[in-house]
Write a protein that binds this ligand. Structure first.
Ligand code: FMN
Length: 191
C-alpha cells in the first residue's frame, strides 16, 4: 500500500513533504531530485527542469543553481514570482510550490556553495557562449575552467508562500494547502 494512503492528519502531510524533498536533494534517483520551475515576465510564461539543491523545512525555502546569463534570470529580475512543480508517479503525488525568488550572484553564499561543488558541476559555468545564444554548430561550445568562482554561478532561493499537495488514489483523492500567511497550518481542499 502507498504510505500516502495513511495520511489522514493534514499536518503529517507537511512532514511527508519535508521527507520527500529532503531526500530529493540527496538522492539523484528520487523523483523529487528534479522539478519544473516556471517564471514569467509581462508577456511570456516559461518553464524548465532544474535540480533541487536544498530544501529547508524550518525556514521554508528551496534552492536551485543556474547560470546568471540565462533567460530565467532576466525574467526573475522583472517578476520574482515563481512556481515549482514536483511529480512522483510512484508516490502518485504532485507538489506545487509558489513563492518569491531571490537571486544570489557573486556573493558569500555562492562562494560557500561553489567550494563544495564537484569540478564537473562547475564546468557548465565556464562556457564560452551564453545559454540560448544562436550558434552555427554544437561543437563551438567549449568550457575553459579556472580556479576562481565563475561569476555566472547563481543560486536561486525560493521563499515558499504556498504548497499545494495532491495525492491521487482510486481509494479517494486527497488535497491539502499550506500557506505562509497561515504559518503553514494545513487544511484540506477538494481535489
Ligand atoms: C534533468 C535536467 C536537469 C536540469 N537542471 C538544471 C539546473 O539545475 N539549473 C539550470 O539552470 N538548468 C537546468 N537544466 C536545463 C534547463 O531545463 C534549461 O534548459 C536551461 O536552464 C535554460 O533555461 P532558460 O532558457 O529558461 O533559462 C536541466 C535540464 C534537465 C533536462
Amino acid at each position: 500500500m502507498n504510505p500516502n494512503e495513511n495520511l489522514n492528519d493534514v499536518n503529517e502531510i507537511l512532514e511527508s513533504i519535508n521527507r520527500v524533498l529532503s531526500r530529493g536533494v540527496k538522492d539523484r534517483h528520487s523523483d523529487y531530485h528534479t522539478f519544473s520551475v516556471a517564471t514569467s515576465d509581462a508577456n511570456l510564461v516559461n518553464n524548465r527542469t532544474v535540480v533541487l539543491r536544498e530544501f529547508n523545512h524550518d525556514k521554508k525555502y528551496l534552492c536551485y543553481h543556474t547560470n546568471f546569463s540565462s533567460e530565467k534570470i532576466s525574467e526573475l529580475k522583472k517578476n520574482n514570482n515563481i512556481a515549482c512543480l514536483f511529480y512522483s508517479k510512484k508516490d502518485k503525488i504532485q507538489i506545487r510550490i509558489n513563492g518569491k525568488a531571490q537571486i544570489n550572484n557573486n556573493n558569500q553564499l555562492c562562494e560557500q556553495k561553489w567550494k563544495a561543488m564537484s569540478d564537473l558541476s562547475k564546468l557548465c559555468y565556464f562556457q564560452n557562449h551564453n545559454p540560448g545564444r544562436k550558434i552555427a554548430n554544437p561543437n563551438e561550445v567549449k568550457q575553459s575552467p579556472n580556479d576562481s568562482m565563475s561569476k555566472l554561478f547563481t543560486i536561486i532561493n525560493v521563499d515558499i508562500e504556498k504548497i499545494d499537495w495532491l495525492y491521487l488514489s482510486r481509494h479517494g483523492h486527497k488535497r491539502a494547502f499550506f500557506l505562509k500567511k497561515n504559518n503553514f497550518d494545513g487544511y484540506w481542499v477538494a481535489p
